[in-house]
Design a protein around this ligand. Structure first.
Ligand code: PNW
Length: 481
């Protein structure tokens, strides 16, 4: 076999993991087949056809429920070390509770996992990627504390059913999007608008549910299964608009409100101070008796602290941040409570997703900030990728995006000593991009949504990523020796 050397320091360690990611609702389809229950996305996109572009939904999407063997063959062709996918809660437990287990759902994930194992691909499993069973939403959803034990039962079932073959678990994908978009501004399912109230109760319960799942694994499963349980948190890099101390502070505040809200209780204990003080001051000024941000008891703080064996980071974009000159004293969402303003520079290249800009220099800065903030945790980039509208096979824009951000990951490792053990591109396939439907395409493989078997075709980025994986090198920066 040939050997590769870097022309610079951009070679990744030999054991660095390179993978690809998807999520259940975005790829599986088969929304009501073989006993699967309805989830909040099924319900929202069926009952409100204006929620998503073109009325698109996940009823069939990539049909991976029936095409999983082909998906694994694509992963094999890419030669990835790992595949990050999620379990559809309502496929396993149609009503969300453990009193009724759907055997066909168990079978599906067992088959997928053994197909991965047979091909030497490590499963990275997200337990919750936004598709709450509708029955649990009817019981109150994430803002309601009864969900903590219900989630813990579901997580225990996942460990019990699949834990002999799964060594990497992620309890939640991007709780910020679940809580803020789902229960704050209402732009994601279940579409509830309760900014700064339901939104924070959601965060509070997600954190307790995460911690409970970690403790269950730690006590009941780790001795035999010897795996790891982490969480995936997303953030932009928030670049100060100027080097004034106000804007520097605004950047730090924004990082605490987006990343710290979830990471600080898990890695350092309790919510970030700046969140507690801002939200309390504003709540009292708004006529509340106490802060809209719930409080953890000292016991809860201890229980949640230290509950991640690794940290998954989803990073796509940077933004500019500045201190607000005129405060909106009435605003209640976390994006008002933070008292900063954020925007994208006009000069940055955009992807198809309205929030996606090409700012590869932000990757190293975010990873370095996380390292310093949380005492250098073991990290893996669990998502990063580029969307276009046309799904072109000649996806040079995607290649240069991935190359740029991967370069930032490597610089963070070499220059800052950040402890990153892998990178996972979003996404293996073009898929249902939530409310943007099929208009935003992130796949390394093109999917023909008009063909009955949803034909998959490799884009140019497949060849690029194969080379990175083979050489452990950003392709034009290494030579064969
Ligand atoms: C993530 N933002 O969502 C999700 O984990 C994936 O399911 C999704 O398909 C992927 O990224 C691409 O969107 C995000 O507004 C949604 O910054 C919104 C944002 C970031 C990530």
């Amino acid at each position: 076999a040939s050997c590769y050397a870097a022309l610079n320091n951009k070679k990744f360690p030999a054991d660095f993991m390179f993978g690809a990611a998807t999520s259940s609702y975005q790829i599986e389809g088969a929304w009501n087949e073989d006993g699967k229950g309805e989830n909040i996305w099924d319900y929202l996109l069926h009952t409100n056809r204006t929620y998503s572009l073109n009325g698109d939904n996940g009823d069939t999407t990539c049909n991976s429920y029936h095409n999983y063997k082909e998906d694994v063959a694509l992963l094999k062709n890419l030669n990835v070390t790992h595949y990050r996918f999620s379990i559809a809660w309502a496929r396993l437990l149609p009503n969300g509770h453990i009193n009724e287990i759907n055997e066909a759902g168990v079978e599906y994930y067992k088959n997928l996992i053994s197909e991965l194992r047979a091909n030497n691909i490590e499963p990275f499993v997200t337990i919750y990627h936004w598709d709450l069973p509708q029955a649990l939403q009817d019981e109150g959803g994430w803002p309601s504390s009864n969900i903590i034990d219900v989630y813990a039962d579901y997580a225990r079932l996942c460990f019990r059913l699949f834990g002999l073959d799964v060594k990497y678990w992620m309890t939640f994908n991007e709780p910020k999007q679940t809580c803020w978009q789902g229960y704050g501004v209402g732009t994601n399912a279940p579409g509830i608008k309760s900014p700064g109230i339901g939104e924070y109760w959601c965060a509070h319960n997600v954190l307790k549910a995460h911690a409970k799942a970690w403790h269950i694994y730690d006590e009941e499963f780790r001795p035999r299964q010897k795996g790891q349980v982490g969480i995936v948190i997303d953030s932009n890099w928030w670049e100060p608009a100027t080097n004034s101390s106000e804007d520097q502070e605004a950047s730090e505040t924004k990082l605490q409100f987006t990343f710290g809200l979830y990471a600080n209780p898990i890695f350092n204990g309790d919510y970030p101070e700046v969140m507690k003080s801002h939200i309390k001051r504003r709540s009292l000024a708004q006529g509340f008796q106490k802060s809209r941000l719930p409080e953890f008891t000292p016991k809860e703080i201890e229980y949640i602290k230290g509950t991640a064996d690794f940290l998954g980071v989803n990073m796509y974009s940077a933004s500019l941040v500045a201190a607000k000159q005129n405060q909106d004293v009435d605003g209640m969402g976390f994006d008002h409570d933070d008292e900063v303003k954020v925007w994208y520079s006009e000069s940055w290249k955009k992807g198809a997703s309205p929030w996606l800009v090409v700012t590869p220099w932000g990757m190293q800065k975010l990873l370095r900030w996380i390292k310093n903030q949380y005492n250098n945790p073991r990290m893996i980039v669990t998502e990063n990728g580029y969307s276009d509208y046309d799904g072109t096979l000649n996806d040079d824009d995607r290649i240069s995006y991935i190359q740029g951000y991967l370069s930032g990951v490597r610089d963070a490792m070499v220059e800052d000593g950040v402890n990153v053990f892998g990178y996972t591109v979003w996404s293996l396939l073009d898929n249902l991009e939530w409310v943007y439907g099929f208009t935003n395409k992130f796949g390394l493989y093109h999917v023909d949504f008009n063909s009955p078997n949803r034909t998959r075709t490799a884009k140019k980025s497949v060849g690029f990523y194969q080379n990175v994986i083979r050489t452990k090198c950003l392709v034009d920066e290494c030579i064969e020796i």
